[in-house]
Design a protein around this ligand. Structure first.
Ligand SMILES: Cc1cc2nc3c(=O)[nH]c(=O)nc-3n(C[C@H](O)[C@H](O)[C@H](O)COP(=O)(O)O)c2cc1C
Length: 215
């Protein structure tokens, strides 16, 4: 018996439908818990799951931030203003606090202060790191790319990695110890499920041979 499909042409699709479809289909999404610094010195923290790594020479991450009622979200405003941000990895143990930072706090309110989130100083950029994240990546804005009517993709070059001993052995990050949390469609999150192991079949770039990367 053949499967039935619902086919929806995207031409002229309304924003809410497109968002609902993409968020349900592009899963699981890793979560960048981003800290930035406002002009007033206020430390902003908020999660973003339209996020991934996009280059490794030099290392770069990209996050898509949508506009809110026609204005920039605090994170986007601060990135544009300062050219700096820190991506803190969201995990099972920091999920509750991470989730709470998605609420719409006033621009002059620090989520970190309001929620008592402990911070650590960064070494290259000015926004601080979130102490309860086992990996933090300091980034400098490389490029901001406007995408369509509502979104901007902020591409950041990672200028420093901070890796907790709990997850890093000096060569590899142990993903099972990292216990990352991912975003699904709607109000759902997911932890790592079963892990499948297969030999790597493709030839890695010469510069990273034997590094066990997935490039
Ligand atoms: C898990 C999670 C993932 C999110 N991902 C995104 C995203 O990729 N892009 C976006 O614009 N908003 C995303 N949001 C919503 C923002 O976190 C939310 O708008 C937040 O209030 C922005 O804060 P800010 O104004 O302090 O930057 C996400 C929220 C949650 C809970």
């Amino acid at each position: 018996m053949s499967e039935r499909f619902t086919t929806i042409t995207a031409d002229g699709m309304d924003t809410a439908t497109a968002y609902r479809l993409l968020c349900g289909v592009v899963v699981p999404r890793p979560i960048a818990w981003i800290t930035t610094l406002g002009a007033d010195g206020v430390v902003n923290a908020a999660p973003f799951s339209s996020y991934n790594y996009v280059a490794h020479s030099p290392p770069m991450l990209a996050v898509n931030i949508g506009s809110r009622n026609g204005t920039l979200k605090d994170t986007a405003r601060n990135i544009v203003l300062s050219g700096e941000f820190v991506v803190n990895v969201a995990t099972e143990s920091n999920m509750e606090l991470m989730h709470q930072t998605s609420a719409e706090f006033a621009s002059d309110t620090s989520e970190a202060q309001a929620l008592d989130i402990a911070l650590l100083p960064s070494t290259v950029v000015r926004p601080p790191r979130i102490a309860i994240s086992p990996v933090q990546m300091e980034c400098k804005l490389h490029q901001a790319v406007q995408l369509g009517r509502l979104n901007t993709l902020y591409i950041g070059e990672v200028v420093a990695f901070h890796l907790s001993d709990a997850v890093y052995d000096g060569r590899h990050v142990d993903s099972t110890r990292l216990r990352p949390i991912a975003r699904l469609g709607g109000p759902h999150y997911a932890a790592l499920g079963e892990i499948f192991t297969r030999p790597i079949l493709q030839t890695p770039p010469a510069s990273v041979a034997n590094a066990g990367t997935e490039s």
